[in-house]
Ligand binder design. Structure first.
Ligand SMILES: [Zn+2]
Length: 617
């Protein structure tokens, strides 16, 4: 057995050696990427070899296509070191980018590779961009070597029009550069909406010129609670984005076919605004910008006309900064405690003739009055609202889109009421949750357990809806709340690779999804993460093992695996396995109780060490 192992090891080595020789010609692209394209037809033979100066041909006078060409050149340079030459034209030998307008599938594209050229044809400029992303992700990471694209025809288009990612910059502020890095991460996952959560009890993050105190006073908190203690760090925390910076973000995102959807969360989660303008609260304050987490009882006073004016002032400037069709007005977690005892709020309830009934309290209907007011104002500016699923309580504003976060029930209810829905249930898509069950070595998270596989297997279209109702599920989004995520480096860790799983929920049709297949493609994606120096979680890359006890033979069969089949070394004597420990090649037959340890060795590092006390049946 041992001799055979040794022999097969030698044979393996020599084959690998031969392959290395034969591969010096060109490293090949591989189209098995994330998200998986809808249809890939490999040609029997032929390949296009990328070379220094290969032209990227795009139509003259189209700035978006010029941008696309520059992106492609940048990506190819980054992965292969090869410099392409963007140039105007309509055809020729090289990489041809073109648009054939397709109103049904504007984000779809065809990527065709022959020995003579590569053509990316999009249903719009956005479709071309996604074709470029596919090509980018298919490329090997090499330097100073030739790269060949095997002949292929790929036809691809997304499942959902709305493919979102939310970042909370209010609980923890992050820099303009980090926001751009977030957008880059969204773009490489074919995500087209950036939901930007800009206001909170713990900080106001966007300049509003007519309300300067929002940022002067509301953007800074005195200190921050430390982890899950009752201690505070004593360090002021804050920051905000000027309107000019926010416009820079809008443009940066637009270049990558991402729409920025700003969120001003109202009427709850407003302590930072109340600190700045205490007259907008039911009690008149004083209020502090919160230094801890949770849901505050102090909210905007719904009975005060100044509140309505405040909402209009803020949203009036927001629509000038953000051209998105949708503006998010929050609506979540608004306790009605203050409203119940506030004379102004009660007077408003009386004046409007609001009465509580078996479905909702009068105060819940009063919240609908506020959200309706925001909607009417935004509609008058040609915009639509999105709100969290609490906006269902007290009746939906007429044209509102519902973001279902407390589960799917809100989304199901809204779809039945013929309102558009974006699914973002916390049980599958809250990326502030832990991503492993074994949390002792994890950085502090808000709670929950949301491993990659659970995210991946989520399907956002509930089966209880009729086919007609299902059409109202327009999209799906993951959210990254940042109570416990104080740096963007940590945010990356929480996002990746779960965002890769999200991208397949958003892009791939349900019947094409397969977790094992996804895992097999993940190492290629991780090469890009490595190249970009993103801080991603590596649980999926760890060693998994299967145990098969044989009680008649009194042995235990142990098999190890990693998703990229990297070399695994093991020990059975309790010592730490290293690259010089025995190489795992085949199922181990364990005959005596022992401490089994194993480690996977990769060019870019090691896996976590697997250790298990093994007992014999
Ligand atoms: Zn009030």
């Amino acid at each position: 057995m041992k001799l055979k192992e040794k022999l097969s090891g030698l044979i393996g080595l020599s084959v690998a050696g031969l392959m290395m020789f034969s591969c010096t010609e060109a490293k090949e692209a591989n189209y098995q990427i994330i998200p998986m394209p809808l249809d890939i037809q490999m040609a029997e033979k032929g390949k296009f070899v990328l070379a220094e100066g290969t032209p990227v041909i795009y139509p003259e006078g189209n700035d978006k296509m010029q941008n696309n060409a520059n992106f492609l050149a940048e990506y190819v340079k980054e992965k292969t070191g090869i410099t392409l030459s963007p140039t105007t034209g309509n055809e020729g030998k090289g990489i041809v980018l073109k648009v054939e307008e397709n109103k049904d599938k504007p984000e779809g594209y065809t990527l065709k590779v022959t020995a003579n050229n590569v053509t990316i044809c999009g249903g719009s400029e956005a479709g071309v961009f996604y074709g470029i992303q596919t090509l980018r992700k298919a490329l090997p990471v090499v330097q100073g070597e030739k790269v060949a694209l095997p002949a292929v025809e790929i036809n691809d288009a997304p499942r959902f029009n709305y493919r979102g990612g939310m970042l909370d910059v209010a609980r923890h502020y992050c820099t303009l550069d980090s926001v751009k890095r977030f957008i880059d991460i969204l773009a490489m996952h074919n995500i087209n909406r950036f939901h930007w959560h800009l206001s909170e009890d713990q900080g106001w993050r966007i300049e509003i010129k007519s309300r300067p105190l929002l940022t002067e006073k509301g953007s800074m908190r005195a200190e921050t609670i430390i982890g899950r203690t009752d201690k505070y760090d004593g360090k002021p925390h804050g920051g905000f984005f000027t309107q000019e910076e926010a416009r820079e973000i809008v443009a940066y995102a637009a270049d990558r076919y991402i729409t920025v959807i700003p969120e001003i969360d109202m009427p709850g989660h407003m302590l930072s605004a109340l600190h700045a303008y205490p007259e907008l609260g039911c009690t008149g304050g004083p209020y502090e910008v919160w230094c801890h987490w949770g849901v505050s009882k102090d909210v905007l006073c719904a009975g005060n006309d100044a509140t309505l004016k405040f909402i209009e002032d803020v949203l009036g400037e927001i629509v000038e900064i953000f051209p998105s069709e949708y503006i998010h007005v929050g609506g979540d977690e608004c306790p009605k405690t203050r409203w119940e005892s506030c004379p102004k709020c009660q007077a408003r309830i009386k004046a409007l003739g609001i009465k509580g009934d078996e479905k909702h309290t009068a105060e819940q209907y009063l919240q609908s009055f506020i959200i309706n007011h925001a909607e009417k104002f935004l509609n008058s500016k040609g915009r639509q609202i999105i709100g969290w699923d609490e906006i269902l309580e007290g009746g939906l504003a007429p044209n509102a889109t519902v973001m279902s976060w407390r589960g799917e029930e809100g989304g199901i209810e809204a779809a039945r009421q013929k309102h558009n829905v974006i699914m973002t249930p916390h049980t599958y898509l809250y990326f502030d949750y832990y991503q492993t069950y074994d949390i002792k070595n994890e950085p502090l998270a808000i709670g929950g357990r949301l491993p990659l596989e659970r995210v991946y297997n989520y399907d956002p279209v509930p089966k209880v809806l009729s086919p007609e109702e299902q059409k109202y599920i327009v999209g799906v989004q993951a959210n990254l709340w940042t109570e416990y995520i104080s740096t963007f480096r940590y945010a990356e860790y929480m996002l990746l690779p779960r965002l890769a799983a999200l991208s397949e929920i958003q892009w791939c049709s349900a019947d094409k999804k397969n977790y094992e297949c996804f895992l097999s493609r993940l190492p290629r994606m991780a090469q890009l993460y490595d190249l970009k120096q993103y801080n991603y979680a590596t649980h999926a890359f760890d060693i998994t093992r299967t145990l098969v006890p044989d009680s008649t033979e009194h042995t235990l069969k142990v098999a190890f695996k990693t998703i990229d089949n990297c070399p695994i070394h093991y020990t059975i004597d309790g010592t730490e396995p290293t690259a010089s420990s025995p190489l795992y090649t085949d199922t181990l037959m364990i005959k005596e109780a022992c401490t089994l340890s194993a480690v996977g060795i990769r060019p870019n590092g090691k896996t976590r060490i697997f250790t298990e006390e093994v007992k014999i049946p």
